[in-house]
Structures are given as structure tokens and as C-alpha cells.
Ligand binder design. Structure first.
Ligand code: NCD
Ligand code: ZN
Length: 348
């Protein structure tokens, strides 16, 4: 018997880009309309959120747009080579940020993704920060992808697991870690099995598409994001962990809006997929296809929320079978699977 509706606690987006200024005004309502209780707000603005002052000011700009909504913007610190451990701890203790985001950049200052050029170049040099974070239980949210030009694009994640992540876990056994937007089946095995307080966010798009989606029928910039979707075996492995109800995995959309002009240019197409308008429905469809709707609630709305200082919501939301047509665009931003029909609808 197939359920015709699912009722679960209101959910929480563990990884979200809402940008700033006009773009933020355009895209934030999409997440609010999806009934999220809040989100982990990514700090990779053009001027990264790398100090307490910047994080407070950014939070104020977000709050000014909330218009009475109870949405909680959970701020993160953009870790640079420069910030000292004391400021990292102070921002956390003062409730400015709830976690620290790690982006890495190579020696030429090239990061592997949008807004990562100011990221950490000397990871070992940040070990005193990790030590302080371990002591104060400040979560490290890691974009684990190797940033050297000569690493194969499809191996960046697993190379970083071996080279960057494993030594961090070994050196800081008490450091809470979230592996962001996990895509590689080998990384999924590692997260599922390692004896550490580690979890992973998984996007809706990485559960749905493999790397063919970037190339089939011609180049498709709208399916290009970092980490890039991997081969089918990896997608299937990650999805298996997610829809079988493994509690180490939770929803983080990594919804990353870019104006169409920077997505559709021939050279230097921006990385990022915008899923916010229908994220809940995309995840629901995925669990339904795997006959695993009983695991949807934990994945969206429960798993490791305490890590971010969030509680499972006492309010519910309902998703019903029905046809939803994904909007093509929100403002100048193309929506993932725009124009497609999804057989689920968030109704309240
Ligand atoms: C993100 C963005 O556009 O800010 N892009 C992406 O492809 N996911 C950055 C990130 O999370 O890597
Ligand atoms: Zn992201």
C-alpha cells in the first residue's frame, strides 16, 4: 500500500546559500515557503563572513527580511588562514555562529568552488583552531575536495578524505564534523563506518542525478555544481545510505543560486544548483521511489539537529501525492528540473 501523504516534523536545511542584497530578497522566500524551521547559512559571500562583526551584520540583514517568520538563520564562520582560535570560540560562545565552515584554496589562491578563494591554504596551520573547536565542541563543516589543478575532477572528494579529513579526525578525536554535500560512495562508506562524531549532508540533486546529467544532449550548466555529480555507482551508494535510514546522513540542500548570466556563459560557468523552491518535494520523491518514506522524517527533520543547537520541531508539515510543476525560474535564477513534474506537493 502506497501512502498518499506523509506528515513529518518541519524540516531544517543543514546547508544553504542565500547570498546577499537583491539576490537574497529573491531566493530567501523559496526556503521560507518550504516550511523550514531554519537553515545553516553558508558564509561564502563575495566578502566572506570571516569575523564576528561580519556575521552579526549578515544575520541582521537576513532577519530584516524575515517579516515575522520564525525561520532561524544559523550563521557559520568562513574559516581563513588568519582568524585566531580565540575569536572562533568567542563567536560561538556569544551565539553569533553555530559552526565553522572549511573551504580550502590552493597555493595560487584558487578554491575549488564558488567563493572559496579566501579559504584555508595551510590546513596544518589551522590545527590550533581545530584544537579549540574540539575543546568547545564547535562543529566543523567541511567542503572536502582536493583543490590542486592536477587532481582528477571526479576524485577530488576521495583524495581529500584520505589526505585532509583522516588526519583531522585522528588528531582531534572529539571534534564534531559534518562532511558537506557528500557525493562519493567511498566517502559515504567512510562516514558511515568511522568511529567518530561525524555526519554528512546530502543534497537532493546528488541523490537524483549522476554525471551524465551534465553532458547528456549537450552541456548542461544547470546540472553543474561542486562537488560535481559522480558516476552512477557512487550516486546509488550514497542514496542507499540515505534512504535506508542511516542516521549519520541528513538533508542539506546546498541550494546555490546564480544568475542565469553566470550559469550559461561558455567559459567559467558558475558552480551551483538552485533547488530551494521544491527541495522537500525532491527529497520526498527520492524516498518514495525507494519505498522508504518512513525514513524521510528523520533525514529531513531530525538527524543530528542537536549538533547545530536545533531541536526537532514540534510542528508538522504535510506532503501529499499530486502533481507539482517545478518553476523554470525564480527571478533570474534557473531552478533545478525547471518545467518537470514532481509527484509530490508540500501542502502545509
Ligand atoms: C556553492 C555556491 O555557489 O556558493 N556552489 C556549489 O556548486 N555547491 C558553493 C559550494 O557549496 O561548493
Ligand atoms: Zn554549498
Amino acid at each position: 500500500m502506497k501512502e498518499n501523504s506523509v506528515t513529518i516534523p518541519r524540516w531544517f536545511d543543514r546547508h544553504l546559500h542565500i547570498r546577499d542584497g537583491e539576490m537574497m530578497k529573491t531566493v530567501l522566500p523559496s526556503t521560507l515557503n518550504q516550511r523550514a524551521t531554519g537553515a545553516i547559512i553558508m558564509p561564502n559571500l563575495a566578502d566572506p563572513i570571516s569575523t564576528i562583526e561580519k556575521a552579526k551584520a549578515y544575520r541582521d540583514r537576513i532577519t530584516a527580511l524575515l517579516d515575522g517568520s520564525d525561520f532561524v538563520p544559523c550563521m557559520t564562520l568562513y574559516l581563513t588562514d588568519h582568524i585566531d582560535p580565540e575569536e572562533v570560540v568567542r563567536g560561538f560562545e556569544e551565539g553569533v555562529w553555530r559552526a565553522v565552515k572549511l573551504y580550502m584554496a590552493n597555493q595560487k589562491g584558487h578554491g575549488g568552488t564558488t567563493g572559496s578563494a579566501h579559504g584555508v591554504k595551510n590546513l596544518l596551520g589551522r590545527y590550533p583552531v581545530f584544537e579549540a573547536m574540539e575543546k568547545h565542541k564547535i562543529p566543523l563543516l567541511g567542503h572536502f575536495e582536493a583543490v590542486e589543478e592536477d587532481v582528477d575532477e571526479f576524485d577530488r572528494e576521495i583524495v581529500s578524505v584520505d589526505r585532509d579529513l583522516k588526519p583531522i579526525l585522528k588528531s582531534f578525536p572529539g571534534l564534531p564534523v559534518v562532511f558537506e554535500h557528500l557525493t562519493d560512495g567511498r566517502a559515504a562508506d567512510f562516514v558511515a563506518e568511522v568511529d567518530h562524531d561525524i555526519h554528512a549532508t546530502v543534497t537532493a540533486h546528488h541523490l537524483m542525478i549522476n554525471r551524465n546529467a551534465m553532458f547528456w544532449g549537450g552541456m548542461n550548466p544547470s546540472n553543474y555544481c561542486k562537488p560535481v555529480p559522480k558516476r552512477e555507482t557512487h550516486r546509488a551508494k550514497v542514496r542507499q545510505y540515505v534512504t535506508s535510514g542511516n542516521r549519520r546522513f541528513g538533508a542539506g540542500t546546498d541550494s546555490a543560486p546564480h544568475d542565469e548570466s553566470v550559469k550559461s556563459r561558455c567559459y567559467g560557468c558558475a558552480a551551483g544548483i538552485f533547488t530551494s523552491p521544491t527541495a522537500v518535494e525532491l527529497y520526498t520523491m527520492t524516498f518514495d521511489e525507494d519505498n522508504a518514506l518512513e525514513h524521510l522524517g528523520p533525514f529531513l527533520s531530525e538527524n543530528f539537529l542537536a549538533l547545530y543547537g536545533m531541536e526537532v520541531s514540534s510542528e508538522t508539515m504535510m506532503i501529499e501525492r499530486g502533481t507539482l510543476v517545478v518553476p523554470q525560474k525564480v527571478g533570474g535564477v534557473q531552478v533545478f528540473k525547471g518545467g518537470a513534474e514532481i509527484p509530490w506537493k508540500l501542502v502545509g
